[in-house]
Design a protein around this ligand. Sequence first.
Ligand SMILES: Nc1ncnc2c1ncn2[C@@H]1O[C@H](COP(=O)(O)OP(=O)(O)OP(=O)(O)O)[C@@H](O)[C@H]1O
Ligand SMILES: [Mg+2]
Length: 234
Amino acid sequence: MTDAERIILSTHAYKLDNVCKTFIQASESIDVLKNVDLTIDSGDSIAILGASGSGKSTLLHILGALDNVTSGKVFFGDVDLTIASPEQKAALRREHISFIFQFHHLLPEFTTIENVAMPVMLSGMDKKQAAGLAENALEQVGLKDRIHHNVTTLSGGESQRAAIARAVMTKPRVLLADEPTGNLDQNKGQEIGSLLLKLNQELDMTLVVVTHNLELASSMNLNYELKAGKLNAL
Ligand SMILES: Nc1ncnc2c1ncn2[C@@H]1O[C@H](COP(=O)(O)OP(=O)(O)OP(=O)(O)O)[C@@H](O)[C@H]1O
Ligand SMILES: [Mg+2]
């Protein structure tokens, strides 16, 4: 079976089994995650809350195959990430996992559509196909009439929507969002939350959102809190 089949045929998007993560810095060790168990059903939407420094980004990086656990098992679909090679993990990230960060990281000298199309063009997709996918994604996030604007002229919420379009244009299996409303007004939380949920349903894409924004969290199907290394259902 290929990795893609192990992901698509599985009923869960993720399964974490007894995951521990310890950082060692200057001979001091910090136990950020302690015996975390978590199953995320395929197509579900979850929010992870927790104080600053509680390990939310660490957990998201582990889900995104960007960081390794200290012990325990992490399955993405039925692919065991704890034994996957760096090349295998890079392929999973390229094909099935997308990220959105607090700051949208759009390139200021380009238009909205160029920003959205650029990553797939850099991985080899031809310009016409990339532009078509980018235009569809921008339409899905409500930015069709801003596609040829320079991104520096977009509002904060519009910029974040462009970053969301860029993340979902290849229809990933999962979208991992780290504080997607972190630099927006509180009332934009609901707007971004509704948009993420719409995409979650339209694209059947599992959604994991790390946030301090309670309005955004309440739009998700399940909420968890990280506290003292433990992940608790809310
Ligand atoms: N590479 C690293 N080396 C050492 N310590 C780290 C490393 N990455 C994170 N930490 C520590 O692990 C803890 C959890 O960090 P993490 O970034 O996951 O927190 P967070 O919940 O995302 O916080 P915030 O809400 O402020 O973004 C923090 O105490 C942080 O200092
Ligand atoms: Mg963080």
